[in-house]
Design a protein around this ligand. Sequence first.
Ligand SMILES: C[S@@+](CC[C@H](N)C(=O)[O-])C[C@H]1O[C@@H](n2cnc3c(N)ncnc32)[C@H](O)[C@@H]1O
Length: 382
Amino acid sequence: MTIETTPLSSIIAARIADQGRITFVDFMAACLYEPGIGYYTSAGRKVGAEGDFYTSITVHAAFGRVIAREIAQMWRTMGNPGEFTLVECGAGNGRLACDIMDFLVEREPDMYHGVRLVLVEQEPSLEAAQREMLAGHSDRLVWLSPDEFASGRFTFSGCLYSNELIDALPTHRVVMASDGLKEVYVTLKNGEFAEEADEPSTPELAAHLKRVGVELHPTQHAEINLNAPAWLAVAASALQQGFILTIDYGYPAAELYTPRRKSGTLLCYYRHQTEENPYIRPGLQDITSHVDFTTLMLCGETAGLQNIWFGEQYRFLLATGIIEEIEEIERSVRSDEEKLRLRLTLKKLILPEGGMGDTFKVLIQSKGVTAPRLLCQQKIGG
Ligand SMILES: C[S@@+](CC[C@H](N)C(=O)[O-])C[C@H]1O[C@@H](n2cnc3c(N)ncnc32)[C@H](O)[C@@H]1O
C-alpha cells in the first residue's frame, strides 16, 4: 500500500516525533479538521459527484422536502408559535437547508414568516457557499461557530437537525486484549504511522461500554465516539422547547458492537472508493465511523430529552410523504428518461437493501413538548 506524503502527514509525524504517540481520536481530528489542511478544512468539493462521497441530500431535493414536512408538523404540534428557530449543525454547502426553506416558503408561508435559520459549521469558509445557496432566504440567516454554539449563551426553541454530522466527529478506537480493554494510539515506525495498543487514556472508554451494556470479544476492535454525547448534551441544553432530529448511518449499541464487526466500523472515502486504512493519505480522504444511537438516546434522556422516534431512514421517508413528493416532482418532469432517472435516484434513498434506506437511521428527540404527534409516528400506508 503506497502511503502518500501530504502536508498534513508531515505535520502529524513531526508532532509524534516531538511529543510522543497520540491517541487515534487526536489523529482523526487532525486528519479531518487541522486548520487549512484537514479533509474538511481544506479547499475542494467533498460531497457529490465531484467529491468523495454522496449523502442523501445530494441524491435529490425530495429528501429535504420531506424533512421540511416533518419540521412543519413539529411547528404545528408546538401550537404554531410565531417564532421558530431552525438550527442545522454540519450544514456543509447549505443544500439541505435550502431545500427545507424552499419547501417552507412555498407550502408553509405562515410558519416561514417566523422562521430563522442558524447554520453551525466547523469549516468557516463554507459560509460563502451557504450564503450563495441560500440567497433567496438571506434575511433569515444567522451563522454560529461550533464554539459559539457550545458557549452556553445560545438558546433556541424550534428544531435542530443534522445529516451525517455525528459520523464525522473524531472517535477513539479500542481493542479488547487478553488482559483487558486497550486504546489504539498512533506512533511512528520506520518513518511511517503505526498503531500501538495500550492502557486507555481515559476511564470514559470503559464507562461508555458499560453504559451501553456491551462487552467486546477478545481481539475485537471498536470505535467509541465520546464527541457524540458531548455534542448532544450541548444541543439539549441550548434547546428550550422543540426537537432534535439526527440523521446518520449507524445502529443501536448491541448491533454496532456485535462480535461480527470484529474490526469496528471505521471507513475512509476517497473519490467514491472506500478504504479501510486511515493512514495512507492524511487530510485527503474522509474518515468516518458508524453512529452508536443507543448512546444518543441514553445521553438525551440524561440531558432532559425524550426519545420520540428511532428507525430506518426508509421508514421515516415513507411515513413523511416521499412518495407524494416523488409523484409531484414527476408531474413536472417531461422526458421519460428524466422520469426514470428520478425514480432510480429516489429508489436509492428508500431501498432497504443496498440503498441508503436501511443503515441510515433517524432519531427524533424532544424537549418541553407534550405528547407530540409527528408524521413519522403514523403507520406507513395507514
Ligand atoms: C459528512 S459532512 C456532511 C455535510 C452535510 N450535512 C451533508 O449531509 O451533505 C459533515 C460536516 O460536519 C461538519 N462538522 C464537523 N464537526 C462539526 C461541529 N462540531 N459542528 C458543526 N459542524 C461540524 C464538517 O465540517 C462537515 O461539513
